[in-house]
Design a binder for this molecule. Structure first.
Ligand code: UDP
Length: 235
């Protein structure tokens, strides 16, 4: 993609845990943050939406009421937000962590106009606690925040793949990668790349999504350089 100025980068919890599956993989987080720094130096305005799957996912919390389970999930994303903020600040980047659930002792409350101002001033903004509402996902959060702050594109960093395929490339040798897809194709083909709420929100408001492999975080730099990698989802 050419001429990207402002992005929302979605980092799933899994991407931060890498092969550990749970918690943090320090070297991976440093590698991702180092590449975020490079994109900042290239002039990109970057807001990060952190997931929480490396700690807890609401829908898989057995014996816990769904709304409560989702709240546990949202709090997990705050731990990820703090961890990523720490790594970025150690690299001398200025950051702001904003949460959709108020916890002013640890982070700023999310205020749209303030987030936009932070970006204009060159700060990396990290959005945590999802939308603050149960039954939503951090993919939907990324779609919502991207629209709110007027991002050019959502960069959806995926672990274990370098784009969207017609079937699981880790299971099928003949899996075919898509360079480009429309939102309705994702919905119709039921491609499990992001949930339908997140996809619909982008579709209704024309927000492009670039799905790329985060296992090689230097892909972030390649995207900003205009190299065509991953799968672009748009109208
Ligand atoms: N969550 C929520 N509302 C939101 C965003 C997230 O309830 O707006 C909860 C939900 O339970 C979800 C968990 O937080 O499973 C962690 O987020 P997600 O599964 O999207 O993280 P990822 O898979 O990207 O690591």
């Amino acid at each position: 993609m050419r001429n990207i100025k402002r992005v929302v980068l979605k980092l799933s919890g899994e991407a931060l845990a890498k092969d550990k599956g749970f918690g943090f993989d320090d070297a991976t987080i440093d590698n991702i943050c180092n590449n975020i720094k490079k994109t900042k130096e290239m002039g990109l305005e970057i807001a990060i939406v952190v997931g929480g799957g490396n700690f807890w996912r609401g829908r898989s919390g057995r014996n816990v009421e769904r709304a409560t389970s989702d709240t546990i999930g949202m709090l997990g994303t705050v731990m990820n937000g703090l961890r990523v903020q720490d790594a970025l600040e150690k690299m001398n980047l200025e950051t702001r962590l904003m949460t959709a659930i108020n916890m002013q002792e640890v982070a700023e409350p999310y205020i749209r106009r303030r987030a936009a101002r932070h970006l204009e001033k060159g700060r990396v903004v990290i959005f945590a606690a999802g939308t603050g509402l149960p039954y939503f996902s951090t993919d939907t959060t990324a779609s919502l925040r991207a629209l709110e702050i007027g991002a050019d594109v959502i960069l959806l960093g995926k672990k274990g793949t370098d784009g969207i395929y017609d079937k699981d490339p880790n299971k099928y040798d003949d899996a075919k990668k898509y360079d480009r897809l429309t939102y309705s194709e994702i919905l119709q083909k039921r491609l499990q790349i992001m949930d339908s709420t997140a996809t619909s929100l982008c579709m209704d408001n024309n927000m492009p999504i670039l799905v790329f492999g985060i296992d090689d975080p230097s892909n972030l730099v390649k995207i900003v350089e205009g190299k065509e990698i991953g799968t672009i989802v748009k109208e």
